[in-house]
Unconditional design. Structure first.
Length: 299
């Protein structure tokens, strides 16, 4: 009885004019789950995780997992935005879990950071059925998602920027791709985007928080504020294009300098001539650096 690829005999049928190419059972591709996971309902909205699994005959679950927080200026996110860019990471055996957070104007700081941690807790609770190796958990984000990832990195396993005491699983490493890191500094750094106007994403994210919370200050939305209170031990990879028109390159410079001042394990790559993501940023070399960083930190 033929019941699998392993028991299927190779056909010897031939026909004149037929050409032969060699298949590769080690070839891996990504497979998106038919339905996104709903990890919480918040403000009458379902918040979802889009799961992409590596598919290949040589792979055996459970799989290491990369939780990615999508950039969007903290507005509604497109969960397909980095699927093609991160395909090579999936092909190397990682599950990609793309997290949706409640966007502005429905939520303000620090709601999106709470959402990211809630999503990780959901994955941890359902790890067995989802075939996830939570001993090899990684976190990444780009742009506003990079801010979220970096803020999680700086406050992981602490009571800061959390809305529950439920334990979090450990993270092996974190990737920040051209994320906002300092909301005060961004207003006077070179940019093609006006970060000072009242309708800027930064002001929409923070204004009600600053007005409505006694003692609240813009620094409380910046990564350095938490690094000064708690020394992160999770390795960090920072990557940023030096022609970024949206988030100034200097934002990542400041973060890396702070990491060095605190003697943290961090790597910083300038992507020469790259703008804010896109094809000029996500080159084969960039993806290889991210992939190798993740695999180097596998348990």
């Amino acid at each position: 009885m033929i019941d699998s690829y392993e028991t299927m005999p190779k056909s010897t049928a031939q026909v004149k004019g037929m050409k032969v190419v060699t298949g590769n059972k080690q070839n891996i591709r990504g497979q998106i789950l038919d339905e996104d996971l709903v990890y919480q309902r918040k403000n009458n909205k379902n918040l979802k995780i889009r799961m992409v699994y590596p598919q290949g005959y040589e792979l055996k679950p459970p799989y290491p997992v990369l939780v990615h927080i999508q950039g969007s200026g903290w507005f509604k996110q497109d969960l397909n935005n980095i699927l093609l860019d991160f395909n090579d990471i999936v092909r190397h055996g990682f599950v990609l879990a793309i997290v949706e957070y409640l966007p502005i104007p429905d939520a303000i700081f620090p709601s999106h950071i709470h959402d990211a941690k809630t999503a990780v807790r959901y994955l941890n609770t359902h790890a067995k059925e989802l075939q996830l190796d939570m001993n090899n958990l990684f976190l990444s984000g780009d742009s506003s998602g990079g801010h979220t990832a970096a803020m999680c990195w700086a406050t992981w396993q602490t009571a800061m920027l959390d809305n529950t005491t439920e334990p979090l699983p450990d993270i092996r490493a974190c990737v920040d791709l051209y994320g906002v890191t300092d909301f005060e500094a961004i207003t006077h750094q070179p940019s093609a985007t006006d970060h000072t106007k009242a309708t800027s994403p930064e002001n929409l994210l923070l204004s009600d928080f600053i007005k409505g919370k006694k003692g609240a200050h813009i620094n409380q939305a910046s990564v350095n504020y938490y690094m000064d209170q708690h020394k992160p031990t999770i390795p960090l990879l920072i990557m940023h294009g030096n022609k970024d028109t949206v988030v100034p390159f200097e934002q990542s410079v400041l973060l890396y300098e702070a990491c060095k001042n605190h003697q943290l394990e961090a790597d910083f790559y300038c992507v020469d001539d790259a703008d804010h993501g896109g094809s000029i940023f996500y080159t084969e070399e960039v993806i290889a650096i991210i992939r190798d960083f993740l695999t180097d930190h596998l348990n």
